[in-house]
Design a protein around this ligand. Structure first.
Ligand SMILES: *Cc1c(COP(=O)(O)O)cnc(C)c1O
Length: 374
């Protein structure tokens, strides 16, 4: 028995999007970001698809995600972007994960553990080239590289930084970050004799920042079918366009006819102005269909857009289907994705929720039963 609320993830869309990223990467290696359970699409399933398509490495937030990928048979390098601290090091060494080192303090202990296991561990170093979040400042970069290179059981495999504003194609910031990254890493070849993988570009860097591809690119949102700058990016992009991979649908559980002047749901946030037909859906904020969507979202029923009316509750949502013929209990209602000729995108829902597609995908994907299709 399965929930009436179902998230479908299209394998062919993931493959299509990987292909578009590969075109843009223009020979650079591709490291898909599969953190946050693959942005809600299923970390392991997505990683398997991308591995088959030629992913060179994977990016996760925490070590535990890397452990799960290893258990699922993923053999590519797995970079752990967050939480390389003493408590996680033994697991990281054991599961052969690649720590992203953000300062020199961790280096001796990491090297010691690698030595105990008679292993050499490859690490990547994170430079703060303008993101202002993690990593070492440019003035501390050479010291960190020397510390890693001086550690007996560590090997410096890569250097990375992150763009803060690459979702704004017009922003001059990205070119500045790229210049800082390039200038700071210029001495690497002399220090290391080459062989160090430089990577900087997220989806925005890949699509919008000339020269940012370097040795490897790190797309996340693009692989799942969305542009980092939302509908603006989609409208400006040249075909072939990215294809959204996620669809979220439910079923109507009651159809009610109510008179004009009826207050609907908590706080009577909506009052009917005419005799109305209201369909009840078994979806709510528990499923990631947030309260913010009260009175302002649309869903697809019989291929037509209908508005949500009244408060979204924990597990119930009302939609106004007045004037649509033959709406019945059991009919499909699509909250995200296509039905007939109509489509509701995560960008649209994000606008109603005052957020970005990333958050919508994480919420829907992680809070609902999910299956991979085609
Ligand atoms: C999440 C993440 C990415 C991917 O960003 P998108 O905007 O989803 O392409 C790339 N690099 C790092 C370090 C990240 O944390």
């Amino acid at each position: 028995m399965r929930s009436l609320n179902r998230v479908e993830v299209s394998r062919s869309a993931l493959i299509h999007n990987f292909g578009i990223c590969r075109q843009w990467a223009d020979g650079a290696a591709i490291m898909p970001l599969v953190k946050a359970d693959g942005y809600g699409h299923g970390m392991i399933d997505c990683a398997r698809v991308f591995a088959e398509q030629g992913a060179a490495a994977f990016g996760v937030a925490e070590a535990i995600e890397g452990v799960r990928l290893r258990a699922a048979g993923i053999t590519q390098p797995i970079l752990v972007l967050a939480g390389v601290i003493p408590q996680t090091l033994p697991t990281m060494v054991e599961a052969d994960l690649t720590p992203v080192v953000v300062d020199a303090a961790i280096v001796p202990e990491l090297s010691r553990l690698a030595g105990l296991q008679r292993r050499e561990i490859g690490v990547h170093v994170k430079l703060d080239a303008g993101m202002g979040r993690q990593g070492v400042l440019p003035e501390d970069f050479v010291d960190l590289v020397r510390t890693v290179r001086g550690a007996p059981h560590l090997r410096l495999d890569g250097v990375m930084a992150h763009f803060p504003c690459s979702d704004e194609p017009q922003s001059a910031n990205s070119a500045q970050v790229l210049r800082t990254f390039t200038a700071t890493t210029a001495s690497l070849a002399a220090l290391t004799g080459g062989g160090c993988c430089l990577h900087l570009a997220n989806s925005g860097g890949l699509f919008y920042v000339a020269g940012a591809r370097l040795d490897m690119v790190r797309p996340g949102i693009a692989l799942y079918g969305y542009y980092p700058d939302g509908e603006t990016g989609r409208a400006a992009a040249a075909p072939p366009l990215l294809r959204p991979a996620m669809r979220f649908a439910t079923r109507i559980i009651q159809v009610r006819r109510v008179p004009a002047g009826s207050g609907l749901g908590y706080s009577h946030l909506f009052t009917t102005s005419r005799p109305s037909t209201i369909a009840v859906l078994p979806v709510g904020y528990d499923d990631g269909y947030l309260r913010k969507l009260s009175n302002r979202a649309q869903v697809l029923i019989h291929g037509r857009r209908v508005p949500t009316v009244g408060r979204i509750s924990m597990n119930l949502t009302l939609v106004d289907v007045t004037g649509i013929d033959g709406v019945q209990v059991g009919d499909e209602a699509v909250l995200l994705g296509r039905q007939g000729e109509e489509t509701i995108t995560a960008d649209e829902i994000a606008a109603w929720m005052e957020t970005i597609s990333y958050e919508v995908l994480c919420l829907f994907g992680k809070l609902n039963d999910r299956e991979m299709i085609d």
